[in-house]
Unconditional design. Structure first.
Length: 111
């Protein structure tokens, strides 16, 4: 095999290895959202809609039936602070409207 053939083979092998590494890295991570994307995803949504999009929260505080807080951990990052990952995203549900369905009225982030 000549030098050109060896270089081409090494380049293909390196490309394949990088592709495998990228796939494994991405596969190990769940969805991570910017604060803005996360807020847009949940705002005004019901508990069922939020659970369908984000899955179960890490914790639920339903001690006040009129105001329920769901806590998601390490699922958001702050674009304004060098993409620093938030430790928690609090999704606040409140009873709104004549049917009294809990809907998201606020989202708070904890670094």
């Amino acid at each position: 095999m000549n030098a050109t053939g060896i270089g081409h083979t090494l380049a293909r092998l390196l490309g394949a290895m990088l592709l495998v590494m990228a796939t494994l890295t991405a596969g190990g991570c769940g969805d991570i959202y910017s604060r803005g994307d996360f807020t847009a995803l949940v705002m005004g949504k019901s508990e069922q809609e939020v659970a369908a999009k984000l899955g179960k929260p890490a914790a639920v505080d339903s001690s006040d039936a009129a105001r329920v807080t769901w806590t998601y951990q390490s699922e958001t990052f702050d674009l304004d602070h060098q993409n620093k990952r938030d430790s928690k995203a609090l999704v606040i549900f409140e009873r709104k409207g004549p049917d009294g369905v809990l809907t998201v009225t606020d989202v708070q982030f904890k670094s």
